[in-house]
Design a protein around this ligand. Structure first.
Ligand SMILES: Cc1cc2nc3c(=O)[nH]c(=O)nc-3n(C[C@H](O)[C@H](O)[C@H](O)COP(=O)(O)O)c2cc1C
Length: 217
């Protein structure tokens, strides 16, 4: 790595000027504030505003992260879909503790969730599966997500074969494809502030209520 490059990266920074997050801006329910921020992220035309970084841990406590798309949420939970044989699904079968993170840095914001992931039933998954483009449904069949493959051609061959197989009628839901509902017990909202004096508010579930604390930046 060249020294010049390192210096250039170290000098990349900016001031956060969009205004802070104050107690008066908070909602009693964290998902109400999340909904407001997500709406603003969509209105600001951020690319992939629903993309969230999902962290899971393996049996050795080694964390892994990857992006998935948020597909639904309500007052206590967030839902995403994935392959049930994938690495993340294997982690969650052993340890369902999970962290979700929305990096909306164009808005000088981030939101982090902690919670527990539960698998959705196939009845809950099927409606969403059939709302996806037909080729995405077929691709779900073609890919044993996170398994080793020797070449891209194998995947493409399988896709064409399955396209042929499912050419008439509905594509069935694969038994190895599903979703996770993350029941949240903590949410942190971060809004960048001038002079690195950022605003952070942490909501934590305590005895059926949300406790709200301001954290130092
Ligand atoms: C923008 C974006 C959206 C993605 N959305 C999903 C998704 O909704 N579900 C999914 O399983 N993988 C999604 N992926 C792929 C995952 O990041 C990841 O590669 C895959 O799920 C395998 O992860 P794992 O091996 O850790 O289980 C997305 C990737 C990107 C960059």
């Amino acid at each position: 790595m060249s020294e010049h490059n390192e210096t250039a990266i170290a000098e990349l920074r900016r001031e956060y000027v969009r205004g802070g997050l104050r107690r008066k801006d908070l909602t009693q329910e964290p998902m109400e504030l999340f909904e407001r921020w997500l709406k603003q992220a969509c209105e600001a035309k951020l690319s992939d505003p629903t993309a969230m970084c999902v962290a899971t841990v393996d049996e050795h406590g080694q964390p892994y992260q990857r992006i998935v798309l948020l597909k639904h949420f309500d007052t206590r939970s967030l839902v995403f879909y994935t392959n049930l044989g994938s690495r993340k699904a294997k982690h969650l079968a052993q340890n369902n503790q999970i962290s979700l993170h929305f990096p909306w840095y164009q808005l000088e914001r981030q939101v982090s969730f902690l919670g527990k992931a539960e698998r959705l039933s196939s009845t809950e998954v099927i409606k969403y599966f059939h709302s996806r483009p037909r080729d995405s449904q077929i691709a779900a069949w073609a890919s044993q997500q996170s398994s080793r493959i020797s070449a891209r051609g194998i995947l493409e061959g399988k896709f064409l074969e399955l396209k042929q197989k499912f050419q008439n009628g509905e594509v069935p839901l694969p038994s190895f494809w599903g979703g996770f509902k993350v029941e949240i017990n903590s949410v942190e909202f971060w809004q960048g502030g001038a002079n690195r004096l950022h605003d952070r508010f942490l909501y934590q579930r305590e005895g059926g209520e949300w406790r709200i604390d301001r954290l130092a930046p």
